[in-house]
Design a protein around this ligand. Structure first.
Ligand SMILES: [Zn+2]
Length: 89
């Protein structure tokens, strides 16, 4: 299930069949290594997926994107918070 896609958000966040939450081609995962590598690749960034194992981690990650100026629809936050509440109840 996708929380949001690039069509309506700056991030693409979805849950896979292992209950891992994937931030697809995450813009926050660009280490110096990736930048170095991209120079061999005509400057094109290699896409890196960020994998998270809990909803709490995913929520913190979404907030990090928002702090960095990415647009993420507010329902993504409320859906994650609701799922965290359900898991803890
Ligand atoms: Zn991300």
């Amino acid at each position: 299930m996708a929380y949001c896609r690039f069509s309506n958000s700056d991030i693409y966040l979805y849950e896979n069949f292992n209950n891992e939450i994937i931030c697809c081609m995450c813009s926050l995962v660009t280490s110096d290594d990736n930048i170095e590598e991209s120079e061999h690749n005509n400057g094109a960034f290699d896409a890196v997926d960020k994998i998270m194992f809990t909803k709490e981690e995913a929520l913190a990650h979404v907030r990090e994107h928002i702090e960095n100026g990415d647009y993420v629809p507010s329902h993504v936050i409320s859906t994650l918070m609701q799922e965290i509440n359900e898991e803890n109840s």
